[in-house]
Design a binder for this molecule. Structure first.
Ligand code: ADP
Length: 170
């Protein structure tokens, strides 16, 4: 039973994250999406909200489980019997930080490997930060995130979902 753990803030989950999860689901027997508390990043959504949004979005992939964790990632991976940490790589800009993180996690625990996956090219420009920014400015985010996330985002920034529905009707 090969278990991959996909950690992140997921504030909120985007179609880019979902693409990585779907690809990993073809390679592993179980994929655990582990939502990190990360309070120092002042997330827009609480830990419970971020976890619920992921849960609702992965219902169609049976081998995917959603969990949350606090503290050191390698300890969590050990506790859950994970074989690999999964991370997404969008562009060269992600590389330096991800490289440092992967090597540090290896220093902390030799047994844990990190696996990188590239999303579909149309998702390489997507990040939770940019999606939040567009939502705050009243832009249409419906093609960047699953529908449940789009509704939660519009609600959080105080924009009626009807605006974008009207725009898409001829
Ligand atoms: P963190 O705060 O840990 O970076 P994120 O939720 O922003 O958490 O991202 C989790 C992981 O998903 C990271 O490895 C990040 O590079 C990756 N990721 C984020 N957005 C995308 C995307 N659009 N396509 C592929 N991977 C992504």
């Amino acid at each position: 039973m090969r278990v991959a753990i996909y950690p992140g803030s997921f504030d909120p989950l985007t179609n880019g994250h979902l693409d990585v999860i779907q690809r990993a689901a073809k390679l592993f027997d179980r994929v655990i999406v582990a939502v990190a508390e990360n309070e120092e990043k002042s997330p827009l959504f609480s830990l419970e909200e971020r976890k619920r949004l992921v849960e609702e979005s992965v219902l169609h992939i049976p081998i995917v489980e959603t969990d949350s964790f606090r503290g050191l990632l390698v300890d969590y991976v050990e506790r859950r019997g994970g074989h690999a940490i999964l991370r997404g790589l969008r562009a060269v800009s992600d590389f330096e930080f991800e490289f440092q993180l992967a090597l540090m996690n290896r220093k902390l625990n030799e047994r844990v490997e990190t696996i990188f996956m590239m999303p579909r090219d149309t998702y390489t420009f997507l990040s939770s930060r940019i999606v939040k920014e567009i939502a705050r400015l009243g832009g249409d985010i419906t093609s960047f995130v699953p529908q449940n996330v789009a509704l939660a985002l519009m609600d959080r920034v105080g924009i009626s979902p009807k605006i974008h529905q009207k725009e898409s009707t001829p």
